[in-house]
Write a protein that binds this ligand. Structure first.
Ligand code: HEM
Length: 217
């Protein structure tokens, strides 16, 4: 394939990957903490009946399960775009990257720091993906600990996007795309934090603990 075409493919799929990963983060935060509490899940006891909550089905008419499914399936689509982004950058050959640079950070000849951040993001994504496939076989706190590294993956992907040489960050459209992604995740994080401290959420957590204590006695 023409090197110019590969370069366009790499840039386009890089941008789509970032946007999809942002959507995955936002959807993840939208459902976070809504399933039964970790304590109830690891103990094997049934969760306490949910306190009436304002945070029921999403505003967009999707059930909690629907949002969760979208989160999972969108992450798979993001992975496909990411594979094409990386493969086209490797095959293009212009920047002299090799397969090791995809997984081992900071050793690339080209933009080592920023390509390295992309590599760490890929490693974290793989850990999150593999642990999710094995979810039923590993303890929930372990799965959750690994899953939470996605919060580190996303800013690393943004830094990789913003600073890798040869990208489109000098263009206004790209700056707007990156800014919109950052605003979306910050807004979702603030909303999530507010919801986590809402009396409904606290009451539900307290209910879970009481229920757990009742089962231990
Ligand atoms: C989660 C991981 C990653 C995401 C979300 C991502 C996304 C992006 C985005 C959005 C750009 C800017 C494209 C533009 O300016 O139009 C970019 C540039 C680039 N990325 Fe990645 N990337 C990731 C990982 C990697 C890895 C592991 C490599 C290779 C080892 C890589 C190679 C490159 C290269 C060479 C560029 C600059 C030139 C080009 O667009 O071809 N990326 N990436």
């Amino acid at each position: 394939m023409d090197a110019q075409v590969l370069w366009y493919v790499s840039r386009a799929t890089g941008v789509v990957s970032l946007v999809l990963l942002t959507a995955v983060m936002v959807l993840g935060m939208a459902t976070s903490g809504r399933a039964g509490s970790p304590a109830a899940a690891t103990s094997g006891v049934a969760p306490a009946p949910a306190a009436p909550s304002r945070f029921g089905p999403s505003r967009f008419g999707l059930s909690r399960a629907g949002v969760h499914r979208l989160h999972r399936e969108m992450s798979l689509v993001a992975l496909v775009f990411l594979v094409v982004h990386i493969a086209s950058a490797l095959v293009d050959g212009y920047v002299g990257l090799n397969l090791l640079d995809v997984f081992v950070p900071f050793g690339a000849d080209y933009s080592p720091l920023w390509i390295g951040f992309g590599a760490v993001a890929v490693d974290l994504l793989l850990a999150v993906g593999v642990s999710s496939l094995l979810r039923s076989r590993i303890p929930r706190p372990v799965w959750r600990g690994i899953h939470l590294t996605a919060y580190a993956m996303w800013p690393l992907a943004v830094l990789h996007t913003a600073f890798t040489a040869g990208g489109d960050m000098a263009s206004l459209w790209m700056q707007l795309v990156v800014a919109a992604n950052v605003v979306a995740v910050v807004a979702a994080a603030l909303r999530w934090r507010r919801r986590d401290q809402h009396p409904d959420a606290l009451a539900r957590r307290a209910g879970d603990l009481r229920h757990l204590a009742g089962n231990v006695r």
